[in-house]
Design a protein around this ligand. Structure first.
Ligand code: FE2
Length: 339
């Protein structure tokens, strides 16, 4: 693995066509040597519609990953009756959608099944589930998704989104509600891993899942991420809410300088506590800084905005995937290469 210091990081970006998100994009986080010391994994990536390919000498064996976020399953049954006052609004959202490529009518359930079918057929090595798979912590919805995932047979790594654990209007802090409904409902999706931070290593690439579904990062998550960086292995970060990138609004709300009470437009609609007046914690801001300075990070996968996007911050590409409620997914390939 060739590396270089982050202070000397030079990023060469070559846009082959930039008009429209669906056109091809080639990027290169190029290693520059300085005094024998090196810090940044060298390599490049290419984006064509919803297919991204990474190339790096740090990748030892090829592997394929499918990224899914924002399916927003809304199914429920009699067990959800006592919670209707908390689930009603989201249960009506995204019931009918239009396919992200064809425009044909579809829905979250059909989209999820078709995407898993595609993952199985194309024999991907990992399904990376980047949150908001359900619109509220419905037992019926979580059981259904879990059964489909098991039947599909592809290993999966799940991290929560802001809706997976949220019953709107229920009393309690976001942290407390997340802990409660993770334990009571979402637990099977974690397959024994820590819900707030976990890692899956495949063919020498580490997929690091960090739960930022409250928009904030906890000190133990920052420490966990630092340990992963210290491993020196190539990393991909999986989170629900994208990290702040210049030019983006608070949808890219993890580490956003404007995130806080003043920019919180949805707290009444979502019936949750308003974001704090003082903005992010120092830990969240440090986490964002360290992610984009991590020398062995190949990139970030996220969801939340429901719109595919790419931002390259200090040579680290962050990909947001289109909502799976509309059939969206990101197909990611990792290829060894000599540069
Ligand atoms: Fe979300």
């Amino acid at each position: 693995m060739r590396m270089r210091t982050s202070s000397t990081r030079r990023v060469f970006l070559q846009a082959t066509a930039l008009a429209g998100g669906a056109l091809p994009f080639m990027g290169c986080a190029h290693a520059a040597r300085q005094g024998g010391a090196s810090a940044r994994v060298s390599g490049s990536f290419a984006l064509d519609a919803n297919r991204v390919r990474f190339f790096s000498p740090a990748i030892r064996k090829p592997l394929n990953v499918m990224v899914i976020a924002d399916t927003h399953l809304f199914m429920d049954d009699a067990r959800g009756e006592p919670f209707k006052t908390y689930s009603g609004r989201m249960a009506k959202g995204y019931n009918k959608t239009r396919h992200f490529k064809t425009g044909a009518p579809t829905n979250p359930q059909e989209s999820f099944e078709k995407t898993l079918g595609l993952a199985k057929e194309s024999r991907v090595d990992l399904l990376a589930l980047a949150g908001d798979i359900v619109s509220f912590p419905s037992q019926a919805g979580i059981e259904w998704a879990h059964a489909r995932l098991k039947a599909c047979g592809v290993p999966f790594l799940y991290v929560a989104g802001n809706h997976d654990w949220h019953y709107e209007g229920m009393a309690g802090s976001e942290m407390a509600l997340r802990a409660e409904w993770t334990e009571k409902r979402l637990r099977p999706l974690y397959q024994g891993s820590h819900p707030l931070m976990s890692v899956s290593e495949i063919n020498g690439v580490r997929f690091v899942a960090i739960d930022d579904s409250t928009y904030e990062i906890l000190p133990e998550q920052l420490a966990f991420f630092r340990d992963q960086v210290a491993s020196g292995l190539p990393l991909m970060l999986l989170m629900h809410i994208p990290l702040y990138a210049p030019g983006r609004d608070v949808g890219f709300g993890c580490g956003h300088p404007d995130w806080g009470a003043k920019s919180d437009k949805n707290w009444q609609i979502e019936r949750r506590p308003k974001w704090p007046a003082e903005g992010h914690s120092a830990t969240t801001l440090a986490f964002r800084r360290e992610v984009f300075a991590a020398p062995n990070l190949l990139g970030v996968f996220a969801g939340h905005t429901h719109q595919q996007s790419l931002d390259c911050v200090d040579g680290v590409p962050q990909f947001v995937t289109e909502a799976n409620a509309a059939g969206g997914y990101l197909s990611a390939e990792f290829h060894p290469c000599r540069l």
